[in-house]
Write a new protein. Structure first.
Lengths: 61, 329
């Protein structure tokens, strides 16, 4: 968990190398080059984020 | 239909800030006069009645419930739900004007009327707070005032990392803090205990904002592309090596195909990966703050922490990241 303790700046995040975080980012970016896989990621992110949304999902209905 | 005018939102935030300050500093009689004055112009409108009748749950009522549960009585927070609902309605009306949201009250009734409705909703929330069996007015007033100040900061955002988090940390946490405070007070926590609990507001606010930004950047109804410097994922990509390419694409219009391509580019650039990193980092901070608070029963917040963590892991898994790697993040 130590690697995620600090919120990295954009530049720091882009510069990470030779760590689990860097490898995870590499895998995610490589995976998304497949358009069908990327579509699945987008759908998952949208569905999940509905539960986190503040203003756009204010009322849970 | 009338297009909302974002500059009018400034008037709304200034008025909300003043109302919050009055609530914090004035006696109940003075506040009663002010809230009645603000309600009067729309008191007979069916739309205002509908706004006031929305007492459903939201993320904010969840926090009030969890705070009350942490002090042993989850149900004690229920009378505060209508307060939070009214305040959220008022703030959302002004926020929609600021964001030029096409599906909004301002788009339907015009900006001036919408601002009257927003102030009336905030006044209604304060009147409900005054009727609660514990002293809630200061917490509600502070939530309104600080949210208004934070929301207005958006207009001065400079589109960089520090500015982004400065806006986030001032925009959403104040109302989270109010919800936590109301829940704790309702369950019998002392004012000092309730105030201490608001330390969770910043990490919780960050979690909400990152979730909101994922939704507003990646969803089929994505709306933040009109102001990309205020969205974490878009700002990440726009400030990166392919930023100019993305900006050029966005200038080509808001055709659904263009937006979908832009969304794919966010994934390609690692913007979603960065958002998940921000979530995981914030979750850790949330857990540390929670532990230091030493609550009578931290279970509700631990459950929320676990749900967020599970969701982030699921998104990583869907994104093609191997399980053993996810466990190490």
């Amino acid at each position: 968990m130590a690697e995620t303790t600090k919120l990295l700046s954009f530049e720091e995040f882009r510069a990470v190398r030779d760590t689990p975080l860097a490898e995870a980012v590499r895998q995610a970016r490589a995976f998304s080059r497949n358009r069908a896989a990327a579509e699945q990621v987008l759908r998952t992110a949208e569905v999940q984020s509905l539960g986190w949304a503040v203003w756009d999902g204010v009322a849970k209905a | 239909m009338v297009s909302p005018k974002p500059e009018a939102a400034r008037d709304g935030w200034l008025a909300a800030e003043a109302l919050g300050r009055i609530a914090e500093q004035s006696d109940r009689d003075a506040l009663r006069v002010v809230t009645a004055f603000l309600r009067e112009p729309v008191a007979d409108e069916p739309l205002f009645a509908r706004l006031c009748s929305r007492d459903g749950t939201s993320v904010f009522t969840d926090y009030a419930r969890d705070a009350a549960a942490a002090y042993g009585h989850a149900g004690a927070a229920e009378p505060a739900y209508a307060v939070l609902a009214a305040i959220v309605e008022g703030i959302k009306i002004i926020d929609d004007i600021q964001d030029e949201e096409p599906r909004s009250i301002a788009a339907g009734v015009g900006v001036d009327r919408a601002l009257q409705l927003a102030m009336a909703a905030l006044a209604h929330g304060l009147e409900l707070a005054a009727a609660l069996p514990f002293d809630a007015i200061a917490a509600v007033g502070r939530g309104i005032r600080e949210t208004a100040i934070g929301q207005d900061l958006e207009s001065t955002a400079t589109g960089d990392f520090e500015s982004f988090w400065n806006v986030v940390d001032h925009k959403t946490p104040p109302l989270v803090a109010t919800a936590l405070e109301l829940g704790a007070l309702a369950a019998g926590a002392t004012p000092a205990q309730a105030a201490a609990l608001t330390q969770l507001a910043v990490p919780l606010g960050r979690l909400l904002q990152v979730g909101d930004d994922c939704h507003d950047a990646l969803g089929t109804q994505a709306s933040d592309w009109r102001a990309p410097h205020l969205n974490l994922l878009m700002l990440y990509s726009l400030s990166g090596p392919h930023g100019r390419e993305l900006a050029t694409l966005l200038r080509a219009g808001d055709d659904p195909q263009i937006l979908r391509t832009a969304q794919h580019w966010l994934l390609r650039d690692g913007a979603l990966a960065y958002a998940i990193h921000a979530q995981l980092s914030t979750l850790e901070s949330f857990g540390q703050t929670l532990e230091a608070l030493d609550l009578p029963d931290p279970t509700p917040f631990l459950r929320s922490l676990g749900e967020h963590r599970t969701a982030a892991e699921q998104l990583l898994r869907t994104s093609g990241v191997q399980d053993d790697l996810i466990a190490s993040l």
